[in-house]
Design a protein around this ligand. Structure first.
Ligand SMILES: Cc1cc2nc3c(=O)[nH]c(=O)nc-3n(C[C@H](O)[C@H](O)[C@H](O)COP(=O)(O)OP(=O)(O)OC[C@H]3O[C@@H](n4cnc5c(N)ncnc54)[C@H](O)[C@@H]3O)c2cc1C
Length: 363
């Protein structure tokens, strides 16, 4: 029996496990379907391009999308300690004030949340009106020596977009270089920042390869979970709380598997209805990303940094190309504050390519 059982060791789960286990009198169990975060491609920033559709990704696809010629669009989601923070693009962006305010949820407005963004942050630019130092989450400028990125920013400015030096400052529109959640050229996932420093605590138990299949209830109170490790089903009980942190896709799925969701949908799948809650599984908001691939005669591509020798170099040389932020991607934010965010990502390659259908991925 544990005080808290946390389902999912992603961004939210790692933060909660780290913070709750600071109290030595509180016992915390953290369950994760995926493996430990030992894959080098997780930690060397450019390696993230190699993580989709591997054992650290749930490998989801959308239903056929009517607005994308009926294609299924890949939906990467981390399945590993750190969750999606172990496979994401490391862009440090907090969202727009109106995103939070329009939720209309007490305690989750921008003014409520802003102090917590500051509390989390350790920004290498130092403290300011918009930033803080000393928190667990490192935020750094990109270290890319690539000349295409600044050239692209200048081209955006020439085209009339506002130059933006800080997407977490007074203005979020414009063109510029993102800051990233990295330290010393390595990914600072939620696992690295919040979980690894807590792993030695005797009151924290972390179980990887543990797929939670159902939440357990006594009446209407969640008292534990049913989980499967290597095909062995077991029950794990919580004295105080079961905390569901399975991410935007898996948390509603797990609620539905546990009988909480739209009654008709559950009944069709012969799941006993505990609570008819039609909103579960609805209203997903996401930001599609389109990739524009083009050639350049200059040998500037960071793709070379993904070669095995370059990745090996990343372990010893803190300035190796593989440690330089995200490939040569440049953010262009052109969203109206109330709309979903759209990101245009460019990737330059030096080898000639055959033109193909532009790909759209949602991250
Ligand atoms: C490819 C990609 C790029 C991204 N780029 C950025 C970016 O640059 N900047 C940014 O701010 N955000 C980015 N994001 C989004 C960001 O990473 C997520 O919003 C954030 O990590 C979500 O945190 P979470 O805790 O809700 O879920 P996750 O971090 O996804 O964690 C959920 C965890 O629960 C586990 N889990 C799920 N179901 C079960 C189960 N049944 N049993 C046990 N464990 C389970 C999962 O394996 C996972 O580890 C990106 C995401 C992706 C996938």
């Amino acid at each position: 029996m544990y005080d808290y059982v946390i389902v999912g060791a992603g961004s939210a789960g790692c933060v909660l496990a780290g913070r709750l286990s600071e109290d030595p009198d509180t016992s915390v169990l953290l369950l994760e379907a995926g493996p430990p975060d030992t894959n080098q491609n997780i930690h060397v920033p450019l390696g993230y391009l190699q993580l989709a559709r591997t054992e650290v990704d749930w490998d989801y696809n959308s239903a056929p999308e009517p607005n994308c010629g009926g294609r299924r669009i890949g939906l990467p989601r981390g399945r590993v300690l750190g969750g999606s923070s172990s496979v994401n693009a490391m862009v440090y962006i907090r969202g727009n004030r109106r995103d939070y305010d329009e939720w209309g949820v007490p305690g989750w407005s921008w003014d409520d949340l802003f102090p917590y963004f500051l509390k989390a942050e350790d920004n290498e630019r130092g403290a300011s009106e918009w930033h803080a130092v000393g928190g667990p989450l490192p935020v750094s400028d990109q270290r890319s020596g690539n000349t295409i990125s600044p050239a692209f920013v200048e081209a955006g400015v020439e085209a009339g977009l506002a130059r933006n030096e800080d997407f977490n400052g007074t203005e979020q529109d414009g063109v510029g270089m993102y800051q990233v959640t990295q330290r010393g050229g390595m990914r600072a996932s939620a696992a690295v920042s919040y979980l690894h420093p807590a792993m030695q605590r005797p009151n924290l138990t972390v179980m990887p390869y543990m797929l939670v299949t159902r939440l357990l209830f006594e009446g209407t109170r969640a008292v534990g979970v049913e989980a499967s490790q290597l095909g062995q089903l077991q029950e794990l009980r919580a004295e105080r709380e079961v905390i569901l942190c399975g991410g935007a896709y898996n948390s509603p799925q797990l609620l539905m598997l546990s009988g909480i969701g739209p009654a008709e949908h559950l009944t069709m799948r012969e799941i006993e209805v505990l609570l008819d809650q039609p909103a579960v599984g609805e209203n997903l908001g996401d930001h599609p990303a389109t990739y524009t691939v083009f050639t350049t005669p200059e040998p500037e591509s960071l793709l070379a940094a993904l070669e095995p020798a370059a990745m090996a170099e990343a372990n010893t040389d803190r300035n190796s190309p593989a440690k330089r932020g995200r490939a040569c991607s440049i953010p262009v934010s052109t969203r109206p504050a109330s709309a979903r965010s759209w990101r245009i990502t460019t990737r330059a390659i030096t080898a000639p390519i055959t033109p193909s259908t532009p790909s759209i991925s949602s991250r």
